[in-house]
Ligand binder design. Sequence first.
Ligand code: ASP
Length: 588
Amino acid sequence: MLKTTHCGELRKQHVGAHVTLAGWVHRWRDHGGLIFLDLRDRSGLVQIVFNADVNEETHRLAAEARNEYVVQVEGVVQMRPEGLINPYLDTGEIEVNAEKLVVLNPAKTTPFAINEEGDVSDSLRLKYRYLDLRRQRMQRNMILRHRITAFMRNYLDRKDFIEIETPILLKSTPEGARDFIVPSRLHPGKFYALPQSPQQVKQLLMVAGFERYFQIARCFRDEDLRADRQLEFTQLDLEMSFVDSQDVRNLIEGLIIDLFEEIGGKHLQQKPLPVLTYAEALARFGSDKPDLRFGLEFADLTDLLAASAFGVFSQAAAAGGKIKAIRAPGCAGYSRKQIDDLAEEAKRHGARGLATLKVEDGELHGPIAKFLSTVELNGIRQRCEAQTGDLILIVADEPAVVAEALGSLRLLFGQRLGLMDPTVLACAWVVDFPLLEWNADENRWQAMHHPFTSARDQDWALLDSNPGAALAKAYDLICSGMEIGGGSIRIHDQELQAKMFAALGMSPAESQEQFGHLLEAFQYGAPPHGGIALGLDRITAILADESSIREVIAFPKTASATDLMLNSPSPVSPRQLAELHIATTAEK
Ligand code: ASP
């Protein structure tokens, strides 16, 4: 090694030791006869002092060193003089008195400072990602990510799981998102697809008898990068045989609690994790991934106001809609403009309008109050548990619209009223998802999770009579308003799988063509099985207190799906295209 010790490890007990260090010049100060240089490696910083009286040549060399030079330093550890101790630095009690300096590699002035967090544009950070990654925050994030995956591997190893790699060059099948496809040179006109997840192969590993599999798996989905998504992302993917939903949930709950507490040093709001049904989550919070750090639950006023003289309410109820409300504590003083803004927010989420009532002196006031009877007004006040000073927000519309619009207002007030404590993680399970959802564009049912998820045993018959009512053996893990994992018990019976494909509008020939491998495998003794995938990027971001997964991925893509460092995607040569039997119409 070019070094005997790591910079950040030196302490008082090393005083007198002769050490060789190597790293980057973090910052330097020239005080004439004395030059101070902070030397940095992955372990941290240590102060080096160059004294012209100790070694003139070394002092001269040090005067030429600049930030981010890679240097090797030999010297003796000594106490810092009284009064110069830095209590904020782990190595702050000592310094290294340099005897020798070797410049291993000089550095140009970097496009942004490495030694401070400062505001640097995202595009500059991504273009020089290797410099961005040199900074303390990113070093910390990458190291945390490593510790998380190491923890997961050890945990699952102890629980008898084995890690098996599955192909990156897979087959294109309609699984939900758009595939990335890879042209085959050897088979003209044919394509591989990158895995959207290892779903089918992990199920086949269960048929193969491995019983407990996991993988830190890269997944690829060619979607527009809205919100905080990446084209490729990483899952902790796992599958188990001879289990039911509760078994998978128990295992993951243990892992997540230990991970969040031990590695993340986080506090979970509630343990064991609460379990909500999908229907309950939607009814109470308007979302299948509600932020449970705060209440502001929906009050259902539908029956109360179904016959109301206020037409908006009675008409919504008559059309099979819902009338629901939340209360915004202490917001009765909102101005006309502020209330109009709330109505705009509701409209952005599909609602036709927003009705509001203010609670003053224990009574409800507002433009719509005159249309409501005393019984109705009292009922609203009671069901909303409204107090003087509150503002009540009511949406009357189709159930999905009420959930969406009121749900967004709930989150808005959660934020505005400071109810989303960033130090609290509210994890929970959401279960009993519908098996199918209606795709109005394609005029057919589609799998809500994926087509391999099993219906509840008692619900299979519903596929013939009322497919939308069938519930699935599926579960999502949520955390403070985000989905961080999802899985299900799978179908392992060939006939049921075929029935499912038929419910999704696939002909027997189509399902053979797309999923024949699975249907066939299920005829050779497939064990009952189920599994889950956790979003590693999201979990790491949560534990790193980062709001974007980009901050925990070493080389992420931009929001427009480009790699600014590698300048990718990029054209390829006509020869490469010809070899792949591909003609493009895109302009260069
Ligand atoms: N393959 C699923 C997904 O990527 C997870 C699972 O069911 O295990 O969402």
